[in-house]
Design a binder for this molecule. Structure first.
Ligand code: NAD
Ligand code: WQD
Length: 336
């Protein structure tokens, strides 16, 4: 039985599909602060298999221990946390509470239950301004906002834990920019309010919920002047977790990038999404967004080595096609 914390969220729900399809039993622990139960109903529909849902908070150590023991969990895939860079600047303590204190309590609960296998959702944001590209896992870590700093602190906590007890198996996965949706169109990203991230915003313009995209910066030192990112299909990312879980059979503590190794600009994304959706995406170029970097993409060799040859296989066209199918079939997300 695998415990998936935050399993009702965007990446968690897609990972539950891949875990169930790979023959695992799954229990999800989620407080639904940024998700709904509907995603998990859809996961079960896609797989034609059941999973167990527990409403609860990772900060409740006794509650987590009870789940681990009641269900005889053998590993934890830990997604639960807050993820908005913008909110983390205005509410840093909420971010430290959910992400750092939450993970600390989860690890305590695991320790008390003698369970020592965990996959942790980290982020490329831990690297900060690039000293060189692609980012290798040895690139210096220098996160520049509270969200990224919480991920960095948790990474350090995990490394310290492993140093104290090398019988742990810890996989730290640093995601680049996950986009797309399950090809069924049944699950996908459903952000609350105005999306901060590019793809949900573009998709909402395409579906007519928003008038135009603001392109943040047209004067970067990139081929077309707009920001370049390593977009990765969320299903590739989810499959990376299944591969990572297998690698936890040996005690270890490793950090790997999950990206494609390729960069695409904002305008590449706009064009690809227009093609995928058959809709036009009006945009206007605005000043740069504070805190943004020009370009960001992953070195992928270490992931392939640690994750049994795993690599991302889906291209930008597929990412946009699948993202659009989700948006088009669910113009208001899980809300109907
Ligand atoms: P999400 O918000 O869709 O999912 C997170 C889930 O965790 C939600 O279902 C939320 O309700 C739950 N949750 C939050 N705090 C909780 C708590 N204290 N106890 C129990 N449940 C809680 O986010 P996502 O995009 O699926 O991201 C999953 C993880 O991956 C996060 O840790 C995020 O920081 C990390 N990550 C995401 C991205 C991205 O671009 N989406 C990139 C890098 C890393
Ligand atoms: C992508 C590009 C923007 C919105 C963030 C977090 C990172 C990780 C992934 C969690 C940039 C441009 C965006 C818009 C735009 N999350 N853009 N108009 O900033 O690379 O990464 O999400 O760990 O930590 O920082 O992603 O999707 O916000 O931006 O022009 O309305 O799109 O400037 O070049 P980002 P993003």
């Amino acid at each position: 039985m695998i415990l998936v914390t935050g399993g009702a969220g965007y990446i968690g729900s897609h990972t539950c599909v891949e875990l169930l399809d790979a023959g695992n039993e799954v229990v999800v622990l989620d407080n639904f602060s940024n998700s709904s139960r509907a995603s998990l109903e859809r996961v079960q529909q896609i797989c034609a298999k059941r999973l167990t849902v527990v409403e609860g908070d990772i900060r409740d150590q006794a509650g987590v221990e009870k789940v681990l023991n009641d269900f005889g969990c053998t590993a934890v895939v830990h997604f639960a946390g807050l993820k908005s860079v913008l909110d983390s600047v205005t509410s840093p303590l909420d971010y430290y509470d959910n992400n750092v204190v939450g993970t600390h309590r989860l690890l305590r609960a695991m320790q008390a239950s003698q369970l020592k296998r965990i996959i942790f959702s980290s982020s490329a944001t831990v690297y900060g301004d690039p000293k060189f590209l692609p980012y290798t896992e040895d690139h210096p870590l220098n996160p520049v906002n509270p969200y990224g700093q919480t991920k960095f602190v948790v990474e350090q906590m995990l490394r310290g834990l492993f140093a104290s007890d090398p019988t742990w198996s810890i996989g730290i996965l640093r995601y680049f920019n996950p986009i797309g949706a399950h090809e069924s169109g049944l699950i996908g990203e459903d952000p609350k309010g105005v999306p901060n991230n590019l793809l949900p915003f573009v998709a909402q313009v395409a579906v007519g919920r928003r008038e135009r995209l603001n392109v943040f910066g047209g004067d970067y030192d990139t081929p077309d002047g707009t920001g370049v990112r390593d977009y990765i299909h969320v299903v590739d990312l989810a499959q990376g977790h299944v591969a990572a879980l297998k690698s936890l059979d040996q005690p270890a503590c490793f950090a790997v990038n999950l990206g494609t190794g390729r960069g695409n600009s904002v305008l590449d994304v706009v064009k690809a999404f227009e093609q995928a959706s058959g809709r036009s995406i009006p945009y206007s170029v605005q000043p740069r967004r504070a805190g943004d970097i020009a370009a960001c993409y992953a070195a992928t060799d270490r992931a392939a080595k640690h994750l049994g040859g795993w690599q991302a296989t889906r291209n930008l066209e597929t990412m946009c096609r699948d993202h659009w199918r989700w948006q088009n079939q669910n113009p208001n997300g899980y809300g109907g």
